[in-house]
Each structure stands twice: as C-alpha cells, then as structure tokens.
Write a protein that binds this ligand. Structure first.
Ligand code: SF4
Length: 355
C-alpha cells in the first residue's frame, strides 16, 4: 500500500467510525490544548467529565491564568500526574503575558510552554492550526511498528525516532489534524494491544504484522524495572478543643506538589509503624505525638513506585505544629476536608473520617 492509499483508507475509515468526544470538532486552540494535556496519561473515558468540568470553571485562557493554584488542583483532583495541572496553570499565565492570550500556533513556540512536549506540540498545532506535525503516542507506535513489521524494542529512543520519521512521511499534509487523530483512534479501537481486529482494519492490505501473524510479538517492549515498594505512616491529629484535623500543604516542587495531605512519611529499617508516624510528625511539624490507634491502611500504585499507607490517630502531647517540611499547615473541620485538593490515596482516609 503506498502512502497515498494509506492516507485515503485511514481518513475514510475515520470519517465513518470516529467516536464522539467533547473536544472533537472543537476549533478553540485553548480547549484543544487542555484536552491534549489531560489525555497525556489518562484514558478518554476518565478524562471526559474532567474536561467538561475544567472548561466550565475556566472557559478561557484568561480565566485559567487568573485562577489560584488550589482551584486548578481541585479541578484536577483524582486525575493524577498533578504536575500537568501546575504546568498548565503556569503556561496559561505565559500565554496571556507573552502571547497576548493566543495559544502559539507553531511547534517551536508552543513547545516552550511548560508541560508541552513533542506529542502535545504536534497534536495541538496539527488539530488547532492544520500544521503537518505527526504525533507519536503509544497507539501510533503500535500501529506503525505492526504495519512496517518493526521488531525492535519500543523502549529505545532509536525505535521511537524511526517511528517518528515514518509518521512524518505518512502524515496527510492537507488534513494533518484528522490524520493524527485517525491513527490514534485506529490504535485505540482496532489495532489494540491484544487481539487486534485486523479484519476490520482499513490498512490491513499493507500490514506486515498481520500478514506474518506477528501481532502477538509486535510491538516488542523490554520488561520494565521492578517498581520499589514503600511503607508509609501518616498521622491524623485531632485537636482537643474543637475536633479539627491537621493537614499540610506539600511543597510545590515535590511530587504531588501543591496538594494537601495528612503528614507522615516512609518507614525506616527497624521501626514499627507507630514509631514511624511519631518520628515523622516530629520532623515535619516539630511536635510530640502518641500514635494510639490505626484508622486504616491501604495500597496505592504510582507511576514509579507503590506504597502501603498506614494511617494512625494521634494524640498531640506537646508543641504547636509548624510547616517545617511543607508550605503551610492548617486545622480543618472533618466536613471541610473535601474542599481541599488531596492525592487519591488520602481521599480514602477522608471518606473514612467523614463516615
Ligand atoms: S492490520 Fe491488524 S496489526 Fe495491522 S495495523 Fe491493522 S489492526 Fe493493526
């Protein structure tokens, strides 16, 4: 199949089969940009309600630029990868200040914005401005390696460069936005990781993996390194006089930065978990506490590690909590906890406390 036929078959298929999404057909570059940032590490289904809510809260780049960071993080709560929200907020300010409120329309300019990498730069400039920049995400890698029969490790940057070059050659210069979305859509619904639906695929006639029955072995990805696991102890300190609970605001530059949490940290060798909680609260807040009863424990997996978090009720013995390792600490009524943005693992603790 020559590249021209590839484009025609793919675009015809896309016209007939594309799924409805709230950002599809959208002409506003700001909204396209938001959708692409959300879709970086999130499935369409999960991103959809977040996108609608985000756009209703911040309908223009000016609204986002003038919002306070806590509002932006609250709107992102539960989506994960919170640096996306912080970067988006910073980038919106930059668009207002340096680009007169207009999302930059060239790859070289838009990639200077915080949180915009090669994928997002290509996606936004092609979809919003019709620039012939090919996107390469996991779906595109799968379709292209199978189509061309590339058996090399897709973790290697050499293979990724090869896929990018092939995508750059294939892209339809008249309809680059549709072409990019069509290739990603094909990878998402037809050329799926397992059991691809080759008989329904518009480019099957030219596909090497399908012809050679190699869809199980292509794409090849070398095994990931094992993720480390940490045991974490956190303290729920309730104030005697009014029952308010202490929360701390994580430093902006840290992982989950700008979100609130119950203070605590990693268990050290030889400690039992109560000792961890008591030591951590002394280091983080400068207070002496007694961890007296476990509220709950739970497991949570992040992109590069997993944790078991033990939450303990604590009695404050002495000292006034200070933000020694956080931006701020606050006493909050249990019913008000949900007004603050928290990481997902902490949400479970909040539900337990509220109930
Ligand atoms: S023919 Fe099968 S393996 Fe090839 S691109 Fe289509 S769905 Fe993927």
């Amino acid at each position: 199949m020559d590249p021209k036929q590839f484009r025609t078959e793919l675009l015809n298929w896309y016209q007939d089969h594309k799924r409805e999404m709230p950002w599809r057909g959208e002409a506003d570059p700001y909204k396209i940009w938001i959708s692409e940032i959300m879709l970086q590490q999130t499935q369409v289904q999960q991103a959809t309600p977040y996108f609608r809510n985000f756009i209703s809260l911040f309908p223009t780049v000016y609204d986002l630029a003038k919002a306070v960071q806590q509002e932006v993080l609250k709107a992102w709560e539960g989506l994960g990868y919170y640096s996306r929200a912080r970067n988006l907020h910073a980038a919106a300010k930059m668009v207002v200040k340096e680009f007169d409120g207009q999302v930059p329309d060239t790859y070289d300019e838009i990639i200077k914005l915080k949180g915009v990498g090669p994928y997002t730069a290509a996606a936004v400039t092609s979809i919003a401005f019709g620039k012939p920049n090919a996107v390469v995400d996991g779906n595109v890698i799968r379709v292209i390696t199978r189509y061309y029969g590339i058996e090399d490790d897709t973790r290697s940057s050499k293979t990724r460069r090869q896929v990018q070059e092939l995508a750059d050659e294939l892209i339809d210069k008249q309809h680059p936005g549709d072409f990019n979305q069509a290739l990603m859509e094909l990878g998402s619904v037809i050329c799926t990781p397992s059991k691809p639906k080759c008989d329904s695929c518009p480019i099957q006639a030219g596909c090497t993996a399908s012809k050679m029955a190699k869809t199980d072995s292509i794409p090849y990805k070398s095994p990931a390194k094992k993720k480390p696991h940490y045991t974490i102890g956190v303290g729920i300190i309730e104030r005697d006089q009014d029952g308010k609970i202490l929360i701390a605001l994580r430093p902006n530059e840290a992982m989950l930065g700008g979100l609130w949490e119950f203070p605590g940290g990693k268990q050290e060798d030889g400690e039992d978990i109560q000792e961890t909680v008591e030591r951590e609260l002394k280091e983080e807040l400068g207070v002496e506490v007694k961890a007296y009863k476990e509220l709950t424990h739970l497991k949570h997996t992040y992109s590069h590690f997993s944790i078991t978090m033990h939450a303990w009720h604590c009695k404050l013995l002495s000292g006034e909590p200070k933000p020694k390792e956080s931006q701020e600490v606050k006493w909050v009524a249990t019913d008000d906890l949900q007004k603050f943005p928290f990481p997902k693992a902490n949400q479970v603790l909040i539900s337990k406390l509220v109930n």
